[in-house]
Design a protein around this ligand. Structure first.
Ligand code: DLL
Length: 433
């Protein structure tokens, strides 16, 4: 099933024509209605009327997170607040949040985009879906809620937290789909086992996981524990929220709703485009947003783009599962380490559970240490010292062959590490640089 055949299966030339038409319009609109863009473009000597081809996008100055923060609260609006019908804010770690605002037209477009990725991942009007993202300023819950509602499905707005109650609702209301972060899905799966249930006691079939990175191996683990077919979906509040892209059931990249969000993958150092299939920083432009258009936003997310049509029939460009963010890459002993690489190694080992923590420290001789704490799958392993040693060596060796550096591995008891109900935080870098 395809939600919006016209746009999701468009020929590449037609898509490019549409994108160019929309790009010209939105750039002019932003320049004419938002003083921030007028000032930025005038200072850079960029004339919004000078766009003649899609490649001309490369001459447009970027927007970064700080621009949104500096514009707090309403500095990037293209419309009067009377025309807004919703405000969200991003999960800023410190200081002021970044506010994002939607008109009626924006909300309709957003719902359509979420409906598209839900249908791509196997969802339909028949689903009873439990949304276990936190409701509130975070875009995840309401975004996916609206998408599912648009399809005419039954939505359970459970929000996150109170995991035993989540499990009761999933079971008693016979939910067929779960929407959450992948780490929370894994936690729910663990709790189900701990409470003595089996996945067969539930009616779950689909899982829509996003808002944080997850590995192929993590999806397999969730599939094993919950019996759902898991798909990954991506988005960010600055651009819209969830609904920027999502996997179809081929699970071979996330289809970007590129008639609304124009993606570029750039080398983060040179800011030149990388080749198709190569990893770079994702830069996104909203092509149709009315309330708060964002042009050439540097997401810091690292992915690659694939323009080949997909087996599912969609022709939209696919972005690869995120490798990480330009700001979450650790440099340990001079070697680049992405937490996602560590996760893949750990999740690929059946003796190891799904939860881990990474701590990086530096001693007085400026030597870095990478410590990886991970739960064993079976508590019995902890009591057998010899087996424990063997397993620790195995984890260390597997990590070394992927990362090219040594890690101190600490094996801990099942269910002893911190669990997350929203986005997980697994990395602590204690180095004073
Ligand atoms: O997390 C929007 C969202 C909600 C997407 C629910 C999907 C599902 P923010 O809170 O603004 O918005 O965080 C955006 O989260 O720049 C990525 O670094 C990360 N992120 C989002 N989806 C994925 C994903 C929402 N599928 C930031 N894989 C983005 C990896 C993701 N990282």
């Amino acid at each position: 099933m395809i939600f919006d055949k016209k746009y999701e299966t468009m020929k590449r030339e037609d898509m490019q024509k549409l994108q160019l038409k929309r790009l010209k319009k939105i750039v002019k609109y932003a320049y004419d209605t938002i003083p921030f863009y007028k000032k930025k473009y005038n200072e850079a000597g960029f004339n919004p009327e000078s766009i003649k081809s899609l490649d001309d996008i490369r001459r447009i100055p970027f927007v970064v997170k700080d621009d949104l923060r500096d514009a707090y609260p309403y500095g990037l609006l293209a419309v009067h607040t009377d025309n807004l019908i919703r405000i969200h804010a991003s999960s800023g770690t410190s200081g002021k949040p970044t506010v994002v605002a939607y008109t009626k037209k924006d909300l309709d477009m957003w719902s359509d985009c979420c409906a598209r990725i839900i249908v791509a991942g196997g969802g339909s009007s028949k689903d009873i879906v439990q949304i276990s993202f936190g409701y509130g300023l975070f875009t995840g819950a309401l975004g996916m809620h609206q998408g599912y509602e648009k399809l005419g499905a039954t939505v359970i707005p459970a929000s996150s937290g109170n995991t035993q109650r989540q499990i009761m609702l999933l079971k008693d209301l016979k939910a067929t789909a779960l929407v959450s972060t992948p780490s929370y899905a894994l936690y729910i799966g663990e709790m189900i086992e701990k409470l003595g249930y089996k996945k067969e006691d539930f009616n779950l079939k689909l899982g829509f996981f996003g808002s944080e990175a997850s590995s192929v191996e993590m999806h397999k683990e969730i599939q094993k524990k919950l019996g759902v077919f898991p798909t990954d979906n991506y988005g960010l509040s600055e651009i819209i929220g969830p609904g920027v892209s999502g996997e179809c059931m081929e699970k071979d990249g996330m289809h970007v709703n590129e008639d609304h969000f124009y993606p570029e993958a750039l080398n983060p150092d040179t800011l030149e485009p990388v080749k198709e299939g190569e990893y770079g920083e994702l830069v996104l432009t909203t092509l149709t947003k009315e309330g708060m258009p964002i042009i050439r936003y540097r997401t810091k997310d690292i992915t690659s783009l694939n323009y080949q049509p997909c087996k599912c029939g969609r022709t939209t460009v696919r972005m690869a599962r995120l490798r990480g963010r330009t700001d979450d890459m650790l440099i340990v002993k001079g070697v680049n380490v992405f937490p996602s690489q560590i996760e893949s190694v750990l999740m690929d080992m059946p003796e190891i559970g799904g939860q881990y923590e990474i701590v990086v420290t530096r001693d007085e001789h400026y030597r870095d240490t990478l410590e990886v704490k991970v739960e064993v799958a079976d508590a019995l392993l902890i009591t057998d010292f010899k087996n424990l040693e063997l397993l620790r060596d195995k984890v260390r060796n597997n990590l070394r062959s992927t990362l090219q550096i040594d890690a101190n591995v600490k094996l801990v008891e099942p269910l002893s590490l911190k669990r997350f109900e929203g986005k997980s935080k697994r990395v602590t870098d204690l180095r004073k640089i």
